[in-house]
Design a protein around this ligand. Structure first.
Ligand code: SAH
Ligand code: SF4
Ligand code: F3S
Length: 561
């Protein structure tokens, strides 16, 4: 865990934490506090960001309700989740599979018969955390608990995992969750280990209804595609998640419709490469996302290493259709690739009130030669042109990004190009990492991990400070504006305050009051609840939080009219 913390920084951190970075950069999980029950040491107001804005989670423990259905049922499963939101949603699928197999979800590890760690392999530190966790889980083995390592680290290491830790019973990759009951059956039948790490070309779990464990009833994740074909040279994801494949548009629409009926007010469409979505079983009826030659439209100046395939229903059309389901439901998406932001997608973000004006545009670096070594398919100039176009079309958009410091061969000069990119763009959120070499990747085979660890960390700190200066400016510029805020819940600092988010994904804290009028229904003195939209006048900004005064309850339609 410590290794992971030494190597990356989630730039949602508050300043006190940043100020420690020189000596000890650490990944804190702001934005994770909905998940991080045990592993976040403090709960400051600054960290209190709802689940849907978190991107890469340091360690999450889903602690679902212990929904025992009958007294006799005694098989309990406890799942701990690490990694990105895809893993969070995968855990919801795992819980669903296990529930159907007769297991209860428990939030108490002492009651569990089965403990699953849903793991991440993105950096060395992410895996070290799992090794540490496995060694302190050994005591549970004494009472016969079965331990399963699932997800990306399981996929990466396969049987090697069992060689290193003989207490692990099950190893299952991201495409074998349907098989978990059978794998457990083999162990219960006396087999020593059970492994399924077969990657699938078409598994999307489209027919499995996720058990929404961590949800506040306001926001939910909907996975729309899995895998990645991009093969960025540093990245393990294509090896742990396999080839890109998308769910059918109908299964996604059905899931979103159900979430709307259940009262959810915000969904985040998920995918390792979310905007490469294509449903090939459907033909586009609108042409959105397609060029005249029926090829997918890309952002100007961007290229891809794989051959573009004609036709299908593309991401822009999917977002359009999903946003039609419930005009009061906010739509977000992550994690996109900058190459797949065609103009019609940007127009949709601009024109549709419920498609949120907050875009993640992961740059990774600001230097052309380094971007080339990373195999990202764009230059600094084309990236800046895209940002320019986005900001021109959608002036109040907020932008976030990912950056890697200390990639193979990175010089001081190259690093300074990342700094100037940060200064130009002024992101409101960023996920900042020190490069961690991953076996099997193109960089591992062809390049040298030649930047000293101390240099990586120094540059990471420089990137972090630069990001932070610009971010503070962006937040301060919201003071004096009136924002439509969706309430997530009570503030952790005070029961007298609410916390919610603006359309462009900024956290807002404001006092609970009982004298507001609902301007959409004209009902006076309404009592506010999570999932309500309120207009908030922003009075102050501190770190990555805005503070304001609620002026009325409303809905999206009334607000934008
Ligand atoms: N599909 C997403 C990213 C998924 S991984 C995208 O393309 O944006 C999340 C982030 O982890 C990446 O954006 C990158 O910044 C970081 N990352 C990936 N591999 C890494 C490595 N080997 N070392 C350090 N950071 C890495
Ligand atoms: Fe990794 Fe690149 Fe795919 Fe993102 S787009 S998951 S960084 S290979
Ligand atoms: Fe980690 Fe796998 Fe997500 S490697 S970042 S859990 S796709």
């Amino acid at each position: 865990m410590l290794t992971q913390r030494k190597n990356c920084i989630q730039a949602f951190c508050n300043f006190r934490k940043y100020s420690k970075l020189a000596s000890k950069p650490w990944l804190n999980g702001p934005g994770l506090s909905d998940f991080l029950k045990k592993s976040v040491p403090t709960q400051t107001v600054e960290e209190e960001v709802p689940s849907s804005v978190s991107h890469y989670l340091d360690a999450q423990e889903h602690q679902p309700e212990n929904n025992l259905e009958s007294e006799e049922q005694t098989k309990n499963v406890f799942v701990e989740t690490y990694g990105c939101q895809m893993n969070v949603n995968d855990t919801e699928i795992i819980q669903s599979v296990m529930k159907n197999a007769g297991y209860n979800n428990t939030n108490n590890i002492d009651e569990a018969n089965v403990v699953f760690l849903n793991t991440c392999a993105i950096r060395e530190g992410a895996e070290q955390k799992i090794w540490d966790r496995l060694s302190n889980l050994r005591h549970t083995k004494k009472r016969g608990v079965k331990i399963g390592v699932l997800g990306c680290m399981a996929e990466r290491l396969k049987e090697k995992l069992l060689e290193r830790d003989r207490y692990v019973d099950i190893v299952a990759g991201p495409d074998s969750y349907r098989d978990l009951p059978r794998l457990l059956g083999e162990i219960e039948g006396g087999q020593q280990h059970a492994v399924n790490v077969i990657l699938s070309a078409d598994e999307t779990y489209a027919d499995i209804a996720p058990v929404r464990l961590s949800s506040n009833g306001v926001s939910a994740y909907v996975t729309i595609m899995r895998g990645c074909d991009n093969m960025c040279s540093y990245c393990i994801v294509p090896f742990t998640r396999g080839r890109e494949r998308s769910r059918s548009v109908h299964s996604i629409e059905d899931e979103v419709r159900l979430l709307s009926e259940q009262g959810y007010k915000e969904i985040t469409l998920l995918g390792q490469n979310v905007n490469s979505y294509v449903d090939r079983s459907e033909e586009s009826s609108t042409g959105l996302g397609l060029s005249d030659e029926n090829l997918p439209k890309m952002s100007d100046g961007f290229k891809t290493i794989y051959k573009l395939k004609k036709g299908g229903l593309r991401f822009t059309e999917l977002v359009e259709r999903v946003s039609n389901i419930d005009p009061e439901m906010r739509i977000r998406f992550t994690s996109p690739h900058p190459k797949d932001f065609p103009d019609d997608l940007l127009d949709l973000v601009k024109d549709r009130h419920n498609v949120c004006r907050s875009l993640h545009v992961p740059a990774q670096h600001g230097n052309d030669a380094c971007l080339e070594r990373m195999r990202r398919g764009y230059t600094k100039e084309s990236y800046l042109e895209l940002v320019d176009k986005i900001r021109k079309k959608i002036p109040d958009v907020s932008l976030s990004s990912d950056f890697i410091s200390g990639f193979c061969g990175e010089t001081e000069l190259e690093h300074s190009d990342t700094i100037s990119l940060l200064q130009k763009v002024k992101f409101e959120h960023a996920f900042l990492f020190a490069y961690s070499m991953r076996e099997k990747t193109n960089a591992h085979r062809k390049l040298k991990d030649d930047v000293e660890e101390s240099v990586k960390l120094r540059r990471l700190q420089h990137v972090t400070q630069t990001f932070r200066e610009q971010m503070l400016e962006r937040y301060a510029s919201e003071v004096g504006t009136t924002q439509l805020v969706l309430i997530d819940g009570k503030s952790k600092r005070s029961k007298e305050q609410w916390v919610g988010r603006t359309d462009n994904n900024k956290k807002v804290i404001f006092d609970d009051v009982d004298h507001l009028t609902d301007v959409s229904t004209h009902v006076p003195n309404v009592k506010l609840r999570p999932g309500d939209y309120v207009t908030v006048k922003i009075n102050d900004s501190k770190a990555q939080t805005l503070f304001g005064t609620a002026t009325n309850r409303t809905n999206m339609k009334t607000f934008y009219n």
